[in-house]
Design a protein around this ligand. Structure first.
Ligand code: HEM
Length: 421
């Protein structure tokens, strides 16, 4: 079975490929091009993500496309210690436990701690947006989580454009298919991102001025004692959060906006109906997950759904295919916020590595959708819009989402290729 994630069709509409994978007799197959196992099916994906005894996260951020020797040598400079998403036991449990103690993980606590800053950043971006002119909503969808994650970590907002560029390059190096020349540039960016985190954390640790935000809280937790956390581990956690915190949410927000703007009825509901708002967000996460593939490495031989995967194999865990499994969801290609069981989606993973930022992401999504739909009630996707995602084996972010004011009396429909209810 081939996934062909770097082809045009996959970048326009990955759901068609998930449908094909879900329709085959075995949802576990080997992809000769990618040289990794494809895992589809809701039960299989949940099992693989949850089973940390047989599936390792150690190679989770190793590039999908083999690196040239030169690019690999540069990337060796990214020598962050394994923490959270890149770690297995015992480092995973220890570092995740510290993050969980310092970060709100419920909706109520996330709203209390981060609600005001998410609202302030949303207002600031909306004020800058000229509603009367056609604009690309992906700019908003990127800037909001990018600025919020800087505030959350206690990083200067002035660094955000630099960080955005480096993180984009790092994500393309891991999940894309860059040419050898581009690999070199991306490897330098990835190391620059790590060095930035390492330098800022070690400067604050040395001066004893830990600063506001999560970096400050991690340094205070460390209390100058390496047996609590090393300075390098604090920097690696900052790298984890900056990497995981904005690209994912930008993708999810773009997808939620595209589904909402495809139907003026939905757009109107988002402004005043909190129940619908939450349903819309959950159905977006199910239907169009911002991370639709993720990597695991088998620690031993594993037999799953009758297929034996040898020890040491890389597996691409297809969260998107799981969320479109017809055994769990009726007419999975239809975007239907009122469907039952949408909450069983695997967009935030499952088990011990379950997304630690899920509450923050949901807060950002609901705040942004409510504010945009409330202030710009006549917004519609621009004429001729066709969805096109950035080329990636894992991250699903629209390249653009052009919008325009809806002329009075006109009722646009979605131009996306995926079905809408
Ligand atoms: C819609 C937005 C998001 C999506 C779709 C998403 C998705 C995911 C997924 C699928 C995982 C599981 C990875 C695995 O099993 O190895 C994960 C883990 C993680 N996410 Fe998110 N995420 C989002 C937002 C965020 C935000 C805003 C943050 C930061 C505040 C964040 C921080 C993390 C961290 C640190 C982990 C690793 C947890 C661990 O390994 O124990 N994520 N995320």
């Amino acid at each position: 079975m081939r996934l062909d994630p770097f082809s045009g069709p996959y970048s326009r509409d990955p759901a068609t490929t998930w449908q094909r994978l879900n329709a085959t007799a075995t949802p576990i197959s080997y992809d000769d091009d990618l040289e990794m196992w494809l895992i589809a099916g809701h039960d299989n994906v949940r099992t693989v993500l949850s089973d940390t005894a047989r599936f390792s996260n150690a190679a989770t951020l190793l590039p999908i496309t083999a690196l040239t020797v030169d690019a690999g040598a540069i990337l060796a400079g990214l020598d962050a210690p394994p923490v959270a998403v890149t770690a297995d036991r015992p480092q995973h449990l220890r570092t995740r436990g510290i993050l969980r103690a310092l970060m709100p993980t419920t909706a109520v606590r996330a709203e209390q701690q981060w609600g005001p800053l998410v609202t302030a950043r949303t207002d600031e971006l909306l004020t800058d947006m000229k509603a009367s002119e056609p604009t690309d909503l992906m700019h908003f969808a990127v800037q909001l989580p990018l600025l919020v994650i800087h505030d959350v970590l206690g990083l200067p907002a002035a660094a955000s454009e630099m960080i955005r560029g480096w993180t984009d390059d790092f994500a393309d190096l891991v999940w894309g298919n860059p040419t050898p020349e581009v690999q070199i540039a991306y490897a330098y960016s990835s190391v620059a991102l790590w060095r930035y985190c390492a330098d800022i954390v070690s400067r604050r640790a040395e001066r004893g001025h830990y600063g506001a935000g999560l970096i400050g809280e991690l340094l205070r937790y460390r209390n100058n004692d390496d047996s609590n956390l090393t300075v390098a581990e604090v920097a690696a956690l900052a790298l984890n959060i900056v990497g995981a915190g904005w690209i994912t949410t930008a993708g999810a927000l773009g997808n939620a906006l595209a589904h909402a703007l495809a139907d003026p009825g939905r757009w109107a509901l988002l402004a005043g109906n909190e129940h619908y708002l939450n349903l819309h967000v959950e159905e977006t996460l199910r239907h169009s997950p911002a991370i639709d593939g993720w990597l695991r490495l088998t620690i031993t031989d594993v037999t799953l759904d009758g297929v034996t995967i040898p020890a040491g194999s890389r597996c691409l865990v297809l969260i998107g295919a799981a969320n479109h499994d017809p055994a769990v969801y009726t007419e999975p290609e239809v975007f239907d916020p009122h469907r039952g069981r949408a909450g069983q989606h695997l967009a935030f993973g499952a088990g011990p590595h379950y997304c630690i930022g899920a509450a923050l992401a949901r807060l950002e999504l609901t705040t942004a959708l409510r504010a945009l739909a409330g202030r710009l009630p006549d917004l519609a996707v621009a004429d001729g819009f066709r969805q096109q995602f950035k080329t990636s084996a894992a991250l699903r972010q629209l390249t653009s989402l052009p919008v325009q004011q809806r002329p009075a009396g006109r009722c646009p429909v979605g131009h996306g290729t995926s079905a809408e209810s």
